[in-house]
Design a protein around this ligand. Structure first.
Ligand code: GLP
Length: 267
């Protein structure tokens, strides 16, 4: 993994945005496929990309986007559906075609069949070129809660009590808070060609330490990313605070800044 410890949110956002920009530039004729995550972690990067689009002409016109997950029971039009949230927070501010933003249908009659079909739709799109990820405090990625199979595919998952109560603030009626989601599996996420995971704050420090240095385990689902050859982890000082080898990561970061050709990506 390549670990970048960013001085502040703006610096971290630029690292993620640079990777997205490179992906847009390097994609072949079929056009780039971006994997998008909801949650607060990627918001500074999304804001930076919106700025580059509006002020520098960065175009997403040829891109397609694939969401990680969706709540079971919510239509795409529901104010809290991830489909709508990502549109309002990110894609509506770009020149990406709305129809090119793909998400599982949370209102499907048969959510299990929809999950299987979603994996097929990702493959038909040519797979994800760059997957943007956040991480839960318990080490979940997408909605792969602890105990998720490291080989899991897109499927219906039950949310932890903690995740359900964290989400309750977004709903007027507690009875409306979804308890299940359709989520890309850990195996599905790892099929992306490149992954960038971003985290900030002390609350993510343990999950980040496990992700980077812990043993691979379903207890901390993000550790499955250690099996991927091209993962970039972008964290602030607080989220990096429990990394045992942070001196090493910083020295590699300095080396790369001084000698960019040293190219240690995919260590
Ligand atoms: C939710 C999402 C994840 C996200 C996580 C962390 O569970 N399904 O994709 O990474 O929350 O959210 P945040 O970035 O707001 O801390």
């Amino acid at each position: 993994m390549k670990i970048t410890i960013a001085a502040d949110a703006a610096a971290g956002a630029r690292v993620v945005a640079d990777l997205v920009e490179r992906t847009l530039r390097d994609a072949g004729d079929r056009g780039p496929v971006l994997g998008l995550a909801t949650g607060s972690s990627p918001l500074p990067a999304y804001a930076e990309l919106i700025r580059r689009h509006q002020e520098e002409g960065l175009s997403f016109a040829r891109a397609r986007a694939v969401l990680l997950d969706e709540y079971v029971g919510l239509t795409a039009a529901h104010a809290q559906s991830y489909h709508r949230v990502i549109r309002e927070q990110f894609t509506a501010h770009l020149d990406i075609d709305d129809a090119a933003v793909m998400s599982p249908d949370g209102a499907a009659d048969d959510p299990a069949a929809e999950a299987l079909a979603y994996d097929r739709r990702i493959a038909e799109a040519g797979g994800v070129d760059l997957q943007i990820l956040g991480i839960g405090a318990n080490g979940h990625i997408a909605f792969n809660e602890p105990s998720s199979s490291l080989a899991s595919r897109t499927r219906v998952v039950g949310l932890t009590r903690r995740t359900i109560s964290d989400n309750a603030r977004f709903f007027d009626d507690p009875a409306d808070v979804p308890v299940r989601a359709i989520s890309q599996g850990l195996g599905t996420v790892r099929e992306a060609r490149r992954i960038v995971l971003t985290a900030s704050g002390e609350g993510k420090a343990e999950a980040v330490a496990q992700l980077v240095e812990g043993p691979i385990s379903a207890r901390w689902p993000a550790t499955s990313l250690q099996l991927h050859p091209d993962v970039v982890v972008v964290v602030d000082e607080a989220a990096a605070s429990r990394l045992e080898l942070s001196d090493y990561y910083r020295s590699v970061q300095e080396l790369e800044a001084a000698v960019p050709a040293a190219g240690t990506r995919g260590r």
